[in-house]
Every structure is written in structure tokens, then in C-alpha cells.
Design a protein around this ligand. Structure first.
Ligand code: NDP
Length: 451
């Protein structure tokens, strides 16, 4: 049977674009459909605009520090309009880059929504049908709104980059990556931020000591964080949003942002009709080669809800191409993925938290928390944390957790050592780079506790 294409990719985000490009470079005839902007969540509504906003939000702190260092520095007003225009011009440029990557590699693109008609056929929103030997689902995810009365008055991270003006006050609901990052960003930009999280501590799943320090620092920076608190209902009230909360309060905010998780974009795709198995959250179920229950259909990235991170989606896309087009079956390895949360201060983490490691066997914990030189001189109260979780039997470093300015940069490098199976003694043998914050990671001699 002959097909129009060797591969049809649905979704032009990080995973889909990488898979399409690499498959085309391997000699496959490839097409890709994207209904929105190329680049997907990471480029258009996630990592990239978020990080630019992180940079923007850090300037007031830099100016304060500059004063403490003897500069006659003053911060003026932040012009959201000017920043937003520049931000969107940059996102337009990046969209062009993504389109060019595809075009230059001979991938045919369709600016259309696509759904599955059968195991080898995609139907586009203009009614046309395309056949392919393999189909790759890479539709990503979308924010979920909680079922709360008046939730439609709130925004999500999708809209935050498009606000007409920055609100004076904002409530952020949630305690995950997005909620915490935006609480810090908006606080830095001068918005009075309140954050409600239903659990006992933000950043569930991460090392407890590390998340505790991030929470403490966020509060110290002026974020009004309420734990064990959820929204009961919301209503419009004189141009503001009135929010009734489970802690018995009723407060008014200019904006409410939900960062209450994301759901895979699988609705209305014709997946169930075809027998593509989905999980409880609507995620496409795949094996270690990213193959779905229908052999010609594969899926990568957030649509599979495995580990919703851009570099992981890219890895999954490349492993898929290696498996299907290069005859080299390559499972995707999701172990020891370093990651950073761009709160202020940042958290960088790789491997097991102390709590996870403790459940697996005897461990030693090495940790130090201190005021870094730069911030201390500037009179800031900020503390940082460097922490290693070590297996008492094998001496391997099972987890590394850093809360500090620049922790994202640091954990990328520490991640290599942890990934290589470095022992505590390997860390110890490495000479410190002085004076830095990260030198503490190789100078901790005695465990603070064993478990
Ligand atoms: P998360 O799943 O990380 O967090 C969702 C948060 O919302 C949790 O705190 C959750 O609480 C809470 N929540 C869920 N439902 C409700 C509800 N009905 N009412 C109140 N609270 C609720 O999702 P995010 O949206 O923050 O991020 C999605 C994913 O995007 C992340 O998992 C991450 O993989 C990725 N991401 C990565 C970034 C990075 O690498 N720096 C940055 C941003 C996103 P509970 O803990 O109790 O379940």
C-alpha cells in the first residue's frame, strides 16, 4: 500500500517539530499539521516567554543590590506595554524560526487542525485527507480550570502574556511549577500577589527541605502565600473579582490566575473511535518506544503526560525517529532528568528527594544552607541550599537539590555527575571553585543526618 507520506506529525511544538525534522533528515517524506502557532507551549505560551518575564522581574532586585554596592541607582516604572510588544515580536520571530526549520528540511506543513480518520489517515480541518505510514501525535496539553463557581472569571498562564495591563492585585491558585513561577514573576513586576494552595506545602513531589526554603523565600519577598487554602467561589464585584476561600475569608482581586494543572490535548481527535488507548487524564498511553495501542500511531511530549518538560519531549521525538526510521529501537530513558523551577530563588533538582531515597534504603544526607556572599553584602536576608542525598551502601549520589540564584544553570552540570553514577567521594575529590556558592557541593564533609 502506498501512502502520501512516511510520517504525518500532528502538532508543531517542541516534540513534533524535532521528530519531523530529524525524520526528514533521515530521508522520510514528512508532513506536519499545526492549528495554532508553531513552537507550541514552550515557545509560545511557556518556557520562553516565562523566562523573559523572569528576567524582567529581576531588575528591581538588581537595582536594590546595586545601591547596596555603592551605585547611585534608581528604578523607574515598569512599562508592561513596551515589554509585551517586544515579547510578542520575539515570539513572532521564533515562530518564523520553527517554520523555517521545517521548510528547510523539506517537511510539508499544514496550518490546520488535524484529526485521525483511521490508523493511517489524517483528516484536516479543510476536509482534505492525507495518508501516512506512521502518524505521530504531538498535540501537547492545555491548562485545566477547576470546577469552581465563577471560574470563567479567571485566567491561565495562556492569557497572562497577553494582559492589557498588569493588575494591581492578583490571586494565583495552585502550588506547582506554574503557580510558583508566576507568583514570583508578578511579584517582581510590582503586582501584589496572593497565592492559595490546597496542600500543606507548595511544589509537591520535590525535596521537602528545598520546597520549604523556596516557600519561605517567596514569603520573605512579599508573596502572600496561604497553604491549606482553596477557592470556594468567585464573582464579579465592581470591576474586581470577589473570592470566597476555604479559610473563611472573602477578598477582592483585580485578577485571578489558575495554575491548577494541564490536560493532554486529546479531545475531539478521533482517538477512542480508533482504539487508541487513553489514560485517566486523557493522556495517550504509549510503550517505552512511544508506540500507542495502534501500531502505526506513536505519541510524544505532553500529550502522553509522562514527564511534561520540553527537553524530554525532544528526546522522545528523537528516540521515536531512531526507532522507526533508523532501524535502531531506542527506548526513552526518563530517569535522572534534571529540572529547574524558575522561582526566586530558583530550585534546581536531579534524582531522588530525601523522602523518596529514604524509602528505598539507608541514606546519608549532606546539606548546607547559608547566605551567599553577593546577597549577604547587599544586606539581603536570602538563604541558599545545597543538598546531596547519598546511598549509604553504594555511596552513589542519588539526588542533588539546589535552591539558589542560578540553580537552573548549576543543576545542569551537577546532573551530568549524578547521571554518570558519581559517588559522594567523587564529589569530594573535585576541587572547589572559590569563591562560588556551588563550591559547597564538593566541600560538605559530614552528613547532617542518616536515615
Ligand atoms: P502541576 O500539576 O505541577 O500543579 C498543579 C497545581 O494545582 C498543584 O499544586 C495542584 O495541587 C493544584 N490543583 C490541581 N487541581 C486543583 C483544584 N481543583 N483546586 C485547587 N488546586 C488544584 O501543574 P502546572 O500547571 O503548575 O504545570 C504543568 C506542568 O508543566 C508541570 O508538571 C511541569 O511538568 C511543566 N512545567 C515545567 C516548568 C519548568 O520546567 N520550569 C515550568 C512550568 C511548567 P496538588 O499538589 O494538591 O495536586
Amino acid at each position: 500500500m502506498s501512502f502520501d507520506y512516511d510520517l504525518f506529525v500532528i502538532g508543531g511544538g517542541s516534540g513534533g517539530v524535532r521528530a519531523a525534522r530529524v525524520a526528514a533528515q533521515a530521508g522520510a517524506k514528512v508532513a506536519l499539521a499545526e492549528e495554532d502557532r508553531y513552537g507550541g507551549t514552550c515557545v509560545q505560551r511557556g518556557c520562553v516567554p516565562k523566562k523573559l518575564m523572569v528576567f524582567a522581574s529581576e531588575y528591581p532586585g538588581h537595582v536594590e543590590d546595586a545601591k547596596a554596592y555603592g551605585w547611585d541607582a534608581q528604578i523607574g516604572d515598569f512599562c508592561w506595554d513596551a515589554f509585551r510588544s517586544k515579547l510578542h515580536a520575539e515570539l513572532d520571530r521564533l515562530e518564523g524560526v520553527y517554520r523555517n526549520i521545517l521548510g528547510n528540511n523539506g517537511v510539508e506543513t499544514f496550518d490546520a487542525r488535524a484529526r485521525l480518520a483511521d490508523a493511517h489517515t489524517v483528516e484536516l480541518s479543510d476536509g482534505s485527507r492525507k495518508t501516512a505510514k506512521h502518524i505521530l501525535l504531538a498535540m501537547g496539553g492545555w491548562p485545566v480550570l477547576p470546577e469552581i463557581k465563577g471560574a470563567d472569571l479567571g485566567i491561565t498562564s495562556n492569557e497572562v502574556f497577553h494582559l492589557d495591563e498588569l493588575p494591581e492585585t492578583m490571586l494565583i491558585l495552585g502550588g506547582g511549577y506554574i503557580a510558583c513561577e508566576f507568583a514570583c514573576i508578578l511579584n517582581g513586576l510590582g503586582v501584589k500577589v496572593t497565592q492559595y494552595y490546597r496542600g500543606a506545602q507548595i511544589l509537591r513531589g520535590f525535596d521537602e527541605e528545598a520546597r520549604g526554603l523556596v516557600a519561605e523565600e517567596m514569603q520573605q519577598n512579599g508573596i502572600d502565600l496561604h497553604l491549606g487554602t482553596n477557592i470556594l467561589e468567585m464573582a464579579e464585584d465592581g470591576g474586581k473579582i470577589r473570592v470566597k476561600a476555604t479559610n473563611g475569608t472573602e477578598r477582592h482581586f483585580d485578577k485571578v490566575m489558575f495554575a491548577t494543572g494541564r490536560r493532554p490535548n486529546t479531545a475531539g481527535m478521533g482517538l477512542e473511535d480508533l482504539g487508541v488507548k487513553l489514560g485517566r487524564n486523557g493522556e495517550v498511553l504509549v510503550d517505552e518506544y512511544s508506540q500507542t495501542s495502534i501500531p502505526s500511531i506513536y505519541a510524544v511530549g505532553d500529550v502522553t503526560d509522562r514527564m511534561n518538560l520540553t527537553p524530554v519531549a525532544i528526546r522522545e521525538g528523537m528516540a521515536f525517529v531512531e526507532t522507526v526510521f533508523n532501524g535502531n529501537p531506542t527506548p526513552v530513558d526518563h530517569a535522572l532528568v534534571p529540572t529547574a523551577i524558575f522561582t526566586q530563588p530558583e530550585m534546581g533538582t536531579v534524582g531522588l528527594s530525601e523522602e523518596e531515597a529514604r524509602d528505598q534504603g539507608p541514606i546519608e544526607v549532606y546539606a548546607t544552607s547559608f547566605k551567599p556572599m553577593r546577597e549577604s553584602f547587599a544586606g539581603r536576608a536570602q538563604r541558599v541550599l545545597m543538598k546531596l542525598v547519598v546511598c549509604a551502601d553504594t555511596r552513589r549520589v542519588l539526588g542533588c537539590h539546589i535552591v539558589a540564584p542560578g540553580a537552573g544553570e548549576m543543576i545542569q552540570l551537577a546532573g551530568i555527575a549524578v547521571r554518570m553514577g558519581a559517588t559522594k567521594e567523587d564529589f569530594d575529590r573535585t576541587v572547589a571553585v572559590h569563591p562560588t556558592m556551588s563550591e559547597e557541593i564538593v566541600t560538605m564533609r559530614e552528613p547532617v543526618r542518616t536515615a
